[in-house]
Structure formats: structure tokens, C-alpha cells
Design a protein around this ligand. Structure first.
Ligand SMILES: CC(C)(COP(=O)(O)OP(=O)(O)OC[C@H]1O[C@@H](n2cnc3c(N)ncnc32)[C@H](O)[C@@H]1OP(=O)(O)O)[C@@H](O)C(=O)NCCC(=O)NCCS
Length: 169
């Protein structure tokens, strides 16, 4: 597990495009270029948030990052996680390792709550992964997306990064 660098984004764009084009996990429908994703990474890094990649024999097999949950200022202590594993590399513990490392990094920062906005109520892999790492199911937004010809829910899960009694914001 290591921080993402400029040269990782061709692989990251390939990994993400698979889910943009074939899955309901993300509500994006048009693949992003490596440069688009580098620009998003720059904003994440500028906010001091982690963006991690997993590598196997020198090949990027997955990535996870934290980003602002919503832009309005009172949300500044709340972040959202994203984790994507290369097609064909699932169920080998990579997602668990990435998301665990991401949480650990975020716990060391000033953020207090982490939210997972999971595309598709049927996304058993992501829902179980988050539950395993202490996220609680807090709700479902029904039919808020329309992708691949069907209405799609988002499942909201939440994990505290610090207790409410910790040092004031
Ligand atoms: C969800 C995702 C990140 C899981 O990554 P992964 O590397 O396959 O997961 P791991 O092998 O580390 O598994 C960790 C845990 O996740 C859960 N899990 C993973 N895949 C699962 C599946 N297909 N069905 C049910 N649970 C699953 C299990 O609890 C598993 O623990 P266990 O093996 O002890 O039972 C991966 O499938 C993925 O990239 N999915 C598409 C993108 C996505 O939905 N991202 C989340 C957006 S918020």
C-alpha cells in the first residue's frame, strides 16, 4: 500500500473505466481520462487527504481515496471514501487492505466521520466490506440514479473516525 503518484493514473483510469462502463457502483457514465483523474487527485492531495494504491508485482490492482463529503463548509470534518479493485483481482483481500489503510490514515487527520455512498443496493461486496470495517448502515436513497436502463439506489454507510468527545473542531 502506498500513496498514488502521477504515473499510476493510466492504470487507475483503466480500473475505474471498467466500473463506469459496466457497473452501477459509480453513477458516472462516461469514462474519465488519466489526466482528469490526476486533476481530481491533485485536489484531494491539496486538502491533505489520502489517495492510496495497491500493487501486485509492480501492477496497480486497486486504489482507495478519501474526498470531501460535500463542499459546504460545515461539512469540513466529514469525508467520503472510494475504493475500486481491478476487474479480475477481487476477493483477494485487496479492498480490505486498502480501505483499512485509508481509515487508519484518516483517523490520524482532523476528520471525524467517513461516509460510504454505495451505488446500488445489490452491491453486496462493497456493503459487506464497509460493514466489516465498522461502517453502519444509515439509509438508502431509493431510485436516485438511472443507469444501464434502470433506476438505482445509493446505500449510505457511516463510520466515526473519532468520538464526538474528542478535541473540539
Ligand atoms: C467492493 C470491492 C472494493 C471489494 O474489494 P475486494 O478486494 O474484492 O474485497 P476483499 O477481497 O478485500 O474482501 C473483503 C471483504 O469484503 C466483503 N466482500 C468482498 N467481495 C464480496 C462479494 N462479492 N460478496 C460479498 N462480500 C464481499 C467480504 O466481507 C470480504 O471479507 P471476507 O473475505 O472475509 O468475507 C470490489 O469488489 C470492487 O472494486 N467493487 C466495485 C467497485 C465498488 O463497488 N466500490 C465501492 C464504491 S463505494
Amino acid at each position: 500500500m502506498r500513496d498514488a503518484v502521477f504515473g499510476d493514473f493510466d492504470a487507475i483510469a483503466r480500473i475505474y473505466s471498467h466500473y463506469v462502463e459496466n457497473a452501477l457502483a459509480t453513477f458516472e457514465e462516461v469514462p474519465s481520462s488519466a489526466d482528469d483523474l490526476r486533476a481530481r487527485h491533485a485536489a484531494i492531495a491539496a486538502a491533505g487527504l489520502p489517495y492510496l494504491v495497491a500493487e501486485l508485482d509492480g501492477v496497480v490492482t486497486g486504489y482507495a481515496y478519501a474526498s470531501a463529503y460535500r463542499p459546504r463548509s460545515a461539512y469540513r470534518h466529514t469525508i467520503e471514501d472510494s475504493v475500486y479493485i481491478a476487474d479480475g483481482f477481487g476477493c483477494r483481500g485487496i479492498g480490505l487492505a486498502l480501505l483499512s489503510a485509508l481509515i487508519e490514515r484518516c483517523e490520524r487527520g482532523p476528520w471525524r466521520q467517513m461516509i460510504a455512498v454505495i451505488g446500488n443496493s445489490g452491491n453486496a461486496g462493497s456493503i459487506s466490506l464497509h460493514a466489516r470495517l465498522g461502517f453502519e448502515h444509515v439509509g438508502v436513497l431509493r431510485d436516485v440514479g438511472f443507469k444501464h436502463g434502470r433506476w438505482v439506489d445509493t446505500v449510505l454507510m457511516q463510520r466515526a473516525l473519532k468520538s464526538a468527545s474528542d478535541v473540539a473542531a
